[in-house]
Design a protein around this ligand. Structure first.
Ligand code: HEC
Ligand code: HEC
Length: 299
């Protein structure tokens, strides 16, 4: 009983903040009022985790990633890749859309996209499957929640982040350094992006929209277990039924012929790795990491 009551409170608070975001003039006042209200609503893990982080975590990350792919291919041309529209684009901002806000599990979005009405100005997407619409809805609801949490994050960042602890976590337990470098891909990130955006990227695992196949942080890696038991890991260059080529740590290409199951190969997608790490972070880790990345201002 208590739990479901809390859930209702969370939704109301989220909508209230969402409205504050939708009206820019109200953002300042809602930001001032937000911390006590949010502090009273704890996240689902019973800890001191801020409700916002718990709420973002509650979205099915795999559905968000799938939704982004559909959105990028079918919707972004008119609504922009962030869903926020733009002056030069025909589609409105979907993150402030009342229709999307009132949607439940994709039902209204599905009606809107699939049903053809005499006065309807929207293109009809009758070919989208229910699963695709559901993924799109998950993505849009998550973006709305994220927008609603931004002001909350800003306050929390400044108050609770410890940059040195974040640095230690980055190079230690967090394992961030295995894919990122403060002097490489994340250099100057604190000057490039707002703290709430940085925090969102840590929480969400990033959109995966940047870099290219050549960017080493985005490339898939493969671990090969040779018959001797020795393992070799590197950036996957080529994988066919007959052979595999990787670039090893020194940058040198190495190839093996494949014969059925030998050698054993495990391929991992770095963005999936990011998503898998998500449940490991605590609220403190996230705030410390944010403070650390925000401090990387030198470009
Ligand atoms: C060819 C351009 C175009 C494409 C592609 C497009 N939209 Fe739209 N969308 C629009 C326009 C224009 C409107 C406003 C229509 C109106 O005012 O009647 C709109 C409105 C909407 C609305 C209603 C917003 C509101 O608050 O009324 C939703 C939801 C929506 N689009 C979702 C999507 C999704 C999801 C996709 C991808 C599957 C998509 N759109 C693809 C142009 C587009
Ligand atoms: C298994 C590899 C991997 C690990 C581990 C990892 N990340 Fe990432 N991270 C990625 C990939 C891939 C991207 C997407 C990069 C892109 O799109 O250019 C990304 C994106 C990001 C971004 C957005 C960068 C930008 O410029 O947009 C930030 C910030 C980030 N990660 C922080 C972290 C932090 C903090 C940790 C540790 C808690 C971490 N990552 C652990 C692979 C990883």
């Amino acid at each position: 009983m208590t739990i479901s009551f809390k859930r209702v409170t969370v939704v109301v608070a989220c909508l209230t903040t969402g409205v504050g975001i939708a009206a820019p003039s109200a953002t300042q006042s809602s930001r001032g009022a937000a911390p006590p209200a949010f502090a009273a609503i704890q996240g689902g893990r019973g800890s001191s985790e801020p409700a916002g982080v718990a709420r973002l975590r509650a979205f099915d990350q795999a559905a968000v990633v799938r939704g982004r792919a559909v959105f990028g291919g079918r919707c972004a041309s008119c609504h922009s890749s962030s869903g926020r529209g733009g002056a030069a684009l025909p589609g409105p901002d979907l993150i402030r859309s009342v229709l999307v806000l009132q949607d439940l599990n994709g039902k209204r979005i599905s009606e809107y996209l699939k049903v053809v009405g005499p006065t309807k100005r929207h293109p009809t997407f009758s070919d989208l499957t229910d699963a695709q619409v559901s993924d799109l809805a998950t993505l849009l609801h998550r973006e709305i929640t994220y927008a609603a949490e931004r002001s909350n994050y800003k306050v929390l960042n400044i108050l609770t982040g410890d940059a040195r602890a974040g640095e230690a976590y980055f190079h230690g337990a967090g394992g961030c350094h295995t894919c990122h470098s403060a002097t490489g891909d994340l250099r100057g990130i604190g000057a490039r992006l707002d703290p709430p955006v940085i925090q969102g990227l840590i929480v969400s695992g990033g959109s995966g929209g940047r870099g290219g196949p050549e960017s080493s942080t985005r490339a898939a890696t493969a671990t090969i277990t040779l018959p001797s038991g020795q393992t070799v890991t590197g950036v996957l260059v080529r994988l066919t039924d007959f052979d595999i080529t990787i670039r090893d740590a020194s940058g040198a290409p190495r190839s093996w012929l494949r014969n059925g199951d030998s050698p054993k190969i495990h391929v991992s997608d770095p963005l999936q790795g990011h998503i898998d790490l998500l449940p490991k972070y605590t609220d403190t880790d996230i705030h410390n990491l944010t403070a650390y990345l925000v401090s990387l201002k030198e470009s």
